[in-house]
Design a binder for this molecule. Sequence first.
Ligand code: TYD
Length: 253
Amino acid sequence: MNRRNMVYEGKAKILYEGPEPGTLIQYFKDDATAFNKKKTGTLSGKGVINNHISEHIFKALTDIGIPNHFIERMSMREQLIKAVEIIPVEVIVRNIAAGTLSKRLGIEEGTPLPRPLVEYCFKSDELDDPLIAEDHILTFGWANDWELEDMTHLALRVNDFLSGMFAGIGIKLVDFKLEFGRLYEGEEVITLLADEISPDGCRLWDMETGEKMDKDRFRRDLGGEMEAYAEVARRLGILPSADVKDLSSHRKG
Ligand code: TYD
């Protein structure tokens, strides 16, 4: 791993130069952060599980025609992706009230929403990813109108697909965050789904017990984070022998 040139280090992932121009390697760390790095920790094996869950989901999204950056998984912690210019907007889709929506508007956590709610945040650590309106995105040129339309439309398709996929394995998809990028292809600019989709950026509740199976276990000091992530992977049919203790041994390449 150390031979590769690092391009960027984020909270949960590192990006390295890829083997071909226009590619990057996305490396999944075990680091966990919440509340914009005010809470930090290490969850042994998280990177391995998230790499596999994200691979599974991006492949399924490719199969239903959602354009995205995923090329292939390379190792337990690495995947090859297309290099894109990240659009500095986080797109959140919600099906059930939770988290900041509940706090902000006083809606009890767990209240089903009558329709999926799409929210946007400006990607800025210094500003704590503030909630913004569509008009901010256009006014400040973070995305143009067709990119905004693409992001919203794709986010709702991803929501429909993932809601059904998780329902099939006894899990409610409460909410999730997506990131998008631009791919320049000749004259064309294509909007691609980027980043990762894993229990780090989703709220997942067990349908029977209501148990949280996502990063809220870490945010709220509930414990059992890795058992919950591994259970999501197990129900998806990946990492069938996901023994959390074994996963932590897959370090640095
Ligand atoms: P939200 O309730 O707005 O924030 P928080 O996670 O701080 O309570 O989050 C909605 C969903 O989007 C939730 O599943 C977490 C995810 N999310 C991220 O993964 N990263 C982010 O920066 C934000 C704002 C949300």
